[in-house]
Every structure is written in structure tokens, then in C-alpha cells.
Design a binder for this molecule. Sequence first.
Ligand code: DX5
Ligand code: ZN
Length: 213
Amino acid sequence: MIAPSLLAANFLQLGDEIRMVNTSSADWIHCDIMDGHFVPNISFGLPVVEQIKKIAEKPMDVHLMISDPDRFLERFKEAGADILTVHYETCPHLHRTVGAIRELGMKAGVAINPHTPVQMLIDILHDVDLILLMTVNPGFGGQTFIQGSYKRLVTLRQMVNTLAPNALIEVDGGVNLDTGRQLFMAGADVLVAGNYVFSSENPIATIEALKNC
Ligand code: DX5
Ligand code: ZN
């Protein structure tokens, strides 16, 4: 599956960008929420997600890069999130947090930074719908893919197959046709792609190419 990240969209024409994603073969719409605290950047917040939801025809995949995300779970549900992902590094009571996300009726995801051993997820895998493996340091689009990520993905794939075969593995950061092909081979289920899609001449064709890579 492919989830274009709106972080790389033209915000002056956000409606057109979303309608493009609607007509494409993308599976989800990925929204990156940054607070300038957990990550060194600020993106957009609840009012924008609410507006996106009004015209989005694909599930809204919301990636929270914010400290203490528990404060906002309910409001992201109200704003239209279908899948809500929190960072492992931001949640001291992760089991409680993913339980709360599911109780609100959303799919629960856990993201991990490039330095966090995938093995730290062993005891939570059973309780999540999705693991989001960061393949760049979160905070910015257009960064270079971290090569060591393939090995991490292979390990994570084995863990998921054994412990939580229904959980999806999503990969985020530096995805293009080259990395995408290798990521699918290494066991990714969903690829997030920002710049590679929105900076391309024909985003619809780029999404289709990624899907078939
Ligand atoms: C980075 C975000 C990504 C970002 C990916 O912190 O989580 O979703 O938009 O951008 P690209 O695909 O350009 O690396
Ligand atoms: Zn993201």
C-alpha cells in the first residue's frame, strides 16, 4: 500500500492535492503532525486535519510527532483520524495509550525512531494494528533514507510474523522507487512517500509506479 504524505504538498492548493490523491491509486492519506518539541519542526494541526477530512476519500493516517500525545487522542478522532500513530519515545504508558486509541474507534499505530531498537516493541506488538518504522529522523520531509533501516525492517518483519501477524508495517522517510522496491522486498506493507510523490511531474503516475514497485 502507498500513503502519500501531505507534508510535501502545496499548502496553497491543498484541496487540489487531496483531490489528486483521491483519484490516484493511493491507499491512505498520511498527515504529519509536529509540535516543535518532540521534533524540531512545526507542521499543521487539528483545524487543518478537520478540513482535509471533509474531502479526503481515503483513510486518514495520522502520524503524531508530538510530546505527550495522550492529551490529543480524542481530538484527533473528532478531527477525522482513522489510524492514529504515536511515537514509542513519547509514551511512558504505551500500552494504555494504544488501548485508548482503539477504544476511541481508531486503528492504533506505534512509530519508532531510527535509534530505537525494534526489539523494544516485542511486548506491545500484540496490541497494535500498525508499526511505523522511521527511516529518517522525524521532523522534515525530503531527507536521505538511512541505509541501516533495511536490516531493522527484516528483524521487525520476523517479529511481527511470529507475534502479531495481523499488524501492518509502515515505513516512513526517504521513500522512492529504489528504496521502495527494496522495502517491499524486506517486508514493508505500507510505504509513506512525501517529496517523491508531490515533487514529481505526474504525482498520480508516481503513486502508481510506487504501488507496482
Ligand atoms: C518525516 C515525516 C514523513 C515525511 C516523509 O518526519 O514523518 O512522513 O513527510 O517525507 P519524504 O517522503 O519526503 O522523506
Ligand atoms: Zn510521517
